[in-house]
Every structure is written in C-alpha cells, then in structure tokens.
Design a protein around this ligand. Structure first.
Ligand SMILES: [Ca+2]
Ligand SMILES: [Ca+2]
Length: 446
C-alpha cells in the first residue's frame, strides 16, 4: 500500500513540477548526482603509495515560489556526502575545506522590473557565474558548488545587460583568504550582445579583505602583514559563434592592480581559443586554446606579480585533473571530439603546462599552492620553495565520454593521465612519476 502511494506521488510530481496555491505558483527542480573518482599517485611521487577512492553523492532540491508578477523567491537545499570514507580537502592552513552535510545552497529574493524599469534585484545566497567562470564561477563540478551571499542589481535593455553586485562570505570556497566576514567581492559586469551569438563583456571587480588573515604569504615582507588587501581586476572578454554556429571563438584579457597585504600588485592574464565543428554526420570537432597568467619573479620584494583567479570554476578550463589555476601558468590546449551516435559524445583534450615564473608556486585548481598536509611532500616542492629552475610542469591527457540516456539522465566516464614534467623531475628526482585519474558520474535532474 505504502509503495503504491509513493508511486502515485512520484507520478504526480513527474507529471507536473509546478502547481499553484492561492496566487502563488510553485515549481520544483532537483538533482541527484553520484560520482566515483579514483586517483593514482596524485602527488607525482613514486615513493609514496597513494591511491584514493572518492564516492560522492550530491542531492539538490529547489523550490521557486512566484508570489505575484515580478516577485519570486527561490530556495535550494543541498546535501553532499561521501561513502566509504571522509572526503578531506584542506585549506592552506591545514583546516578542513569540505564538511559533509546539508545546507542551503541558494536562497534568494528576485524582484524583476523594479518600478517597471529595466532594473531587477536579486538578493540572498546565489550562484554567480560570468563568462567561462575564469574569475567568478558557480563551480558545479565540485560536490558542494560555490555560492555567494550577495545583492545583485541587474539592468537589462535590448542588447545590453549590466550587473552590479556585492558579495560577502564565501561558503564552501576552497581558498582561505583569511577570516570570511571581512571579505567582500564587488563587481560591475557588463555585456553587449553584438551578434546573434556574439558577446562582448567588460568588467571591474574588487576583492577586499578587511581582516589581517594571511593566505600563503609568499609575497609579503616580514612584519608588515597587517595591511589590508584591495585587489582590482579590470577585464574584457568576447565570445561567440560564427559560420552557422560551427566556428566558436573566445578571447579574454584581465589586468590586476592594487594591494595584496603589503605588496603592490601588477599582474595580468589572458585566454584565447577557437574551435570548429565539421558539419557532417558524426560532428567531429577540433579546437585550440592558449591560457596565460603572470607569476611573481622574486619573493619579498614588495611587488606581487602573481595573477589571482579569484573565485573561479576551473575544472572545465585547465584540465579535468584540477591541477592548475589561472595563476602563474602558461597552458596550451588541443581539443578533439566527435559524436559516434546521437546521444554519445566523445571528447579528448591534450594540455601542455608551464609555470610562467619558475620562482613562483604551482597553483592548483582553487588557486592554492601545490601542497596540503596529507601530501607527503608538504611543504610544497614544486615551483616556489623548490629553488625552482624549471618551467615545464607537465602534460595532461583528458578523455571523456558523455552519454545522455534521456532528457533527465546523463552519464560520464572520464580518464586522465598526467605526465610529470621537469618541475616535478627537478623536485623529486629520481622518484618523480605520472598520475592517473578516473571518474564515473551519473546525474539525474528534473
Ligand atoms: Ca605517490
Ligand atoms: Ca615579488
């Protein structure tokens, strides 16, 4: 009997994810994602026997209430957990980054067309994602994702959209900038839709750290650490599709200036890429991408040359093994893929990675230098701290098979191999070794 009721309820929910009560219309969305990851020799050191398995589960359930015209509320609950062990990723200071549990991932008020103007307001906990997520991204790859407590004023008129936002607190963020209540990230992000599928963006971002917390103070003369951080990022980006949407392109350039603790900042980064899909049966596609982010050439000289990729979502940009951030790096990426059958997508990337400055650190996915306490090489041996004399960090091969079972269910199967480069050889010789990574993910969404 109970099973029957559940079945009916499921059927009811499946038949419609929206219903009305009084003047309010409710709609549901949700996701269950299971992910298995295997890591072999993640630390690139053959003397340590590190093989890891992560079994992750992420559940999201969202409800949107449209209370009246142009007035709505959205609340999204998220649960993230592991099976068979604790998923431990550390902050720079050794504290845990990820804790399992249930939390509010998003909860915001949306007021559209304020006083019948082109302005709208979105306030509360929300995801922020701009461009390819190279500086501010929702990071939906990670088990927790990234959300911000923010107020965002939006202007939309014709081809122009402008966001002005102030975000405080950085829930789930992997990069410990110090004590969170004094961190703010403000920004002005404008976009012009100059072609049907062509965007031009310009932005100004301010990261302000009002406390005296220290994050890996490499560039920080002793005794003057109490200065606040005020980091400005000025950037522009274009992206689009041409030739019947078969040719894609993007270009982004960003410059940073201001103060990082007591150091003066002057740093820059860019990304250029193009791709082409051959309009034939199995849709073969090819692409190249070039990424660069400046590094710092000398420690403790009062000048920071390391570009900071802020709150980026890097997984799709610099290798699926998440070993690089848009910081002190040079990356050449070649892409190829095809669709053997309608719902199957095969994709391969090959990356070449170098450090922009061999004296600066190798920064992994979240912008943290390569080390955390569970790695036997602590403190970091790659790049800065290793008396670096090499630039070639290594190469990475990423293979990914995606299968869309139906509109709701997708399955991923990925395999990656990291070929350790001179930076690793120099630091660990003769014990340097390659790393392997494998993952399988099933996601059901509604
Ligand atoms: Ca190892
Ligand atoms: Ca310096």
């Amino acid at each position: 009997m109970h099973k029957k009721l559940t079945f009916l309820l499921v059927l009811l929910l499946a038949s419609s994810t929206a219903f009305a009560q009084g003047n309010t219309t409710f709609s549901w969305d949700g996701e269950v994602r299971g992910q298995y990851q295997y890591w072999g020799n993640e630390d690139l050191d053959t003397t340590s026997d590190d093989f890891r398995n992560y079994k992750l589960l992420r559940t999201r359930l969202g409800v949107k209430a449209e209370i009246m015209e142009n007035t709505s509320v959205y609340v999204q609950i998220q649960d993230n957990r592991t099976a068979g062990g604790e998923f431990t990723v550390y902050n720079a200071d050794g504290s845990f980054l990820f804790a399992e549990g249930t939390d509010i991932h998003q909860a915001y008020i949306m007021l559209d067309k304020l006083w019948d103007s082109p302005f709208s307001l979105k306030a509360g906990r929300q995801e922020l994602h701009y461009g390819d997520g190279r500086l501010i991204g929702a990071d939906n790859w990670s088990n927790t994702g990234t959300a911000f407590d923010a107020a965002k004023l939006m202007f939309n008129q014709g081809r122009v959209s402008i966001d002005l936002f102030m975000a405080q607190l950085v829930p789930f963020w992997g990069r410990s900038f110090g004590s969170m209540p004094n961190n703010t990230m403000s920004g002005l992000y404008s976009s012009v839709n100059y072609l049907e599928h062509g965007m031009w963006d310009a932005y100004l971002l301010l990261y302000y750290e009002g406390s005296v917390g220290i994050d890996a103070p490499f560039e920080n003369p002793a005794g003057t650490i109490a200065d606040n951080t005020m980091l400005w990022t000025l950037g522009t980006r274009t992206s689009g599709m041409l030739i019947d949407d078969n040719f894609s392109y993007h270009g982004e350039f960003a410059y940073q200036l201001g103060q990082w603790l007591s150091s003066d900042v002057s740093a820059w980064a860019f990304s250029l890429g193009a791709g082409y899909t051959v309009p034939v049966n199995v849709a073969p596609h090819f692409g190249v991408e070039f990424n660069y982010a400046s590094g710092d050439d000398s420690v403790d000289d009062g000048n920071r040359g390391t570009f900071t990729n802020l709150f980026a979502a890097n997984h799709n940009n610099y290798g699926y093994m998440d070993q690089f951030a848009w910081q002190n790096m040079l990356n050449l990426k070649a892409t190829a893929g095809f669709k053997p059958v309608e719902k199957l997508d095969f994709h391969g990337d090959f990356h070449f990675f170098w450090l922009a400055q061999e004296n600066d650190a190798w920064y992994t996915n979240w912008g943290l230098p390569w080390y955390f306490p569970s790695r036997p090489n602590f403190p970091q041996k790659f790049g800065r701290g290793a008396g670096g004399t090499a630039n070639s960090a290594g190469n990475e091969l990423d293979l990914l098979l995606k299968y869309q079972y139906n509109d709701a269910v997708s399955w991923h199967l990925g395999f990656s191999h990291f070929f350790a480069g001179d930076v690793v050889d120099t630091a660990l010789a003769p014990d340097a070794g390659d790393a392997n990574w494998f993952y399988s993910q099933i996601k059901v969404g509604f």
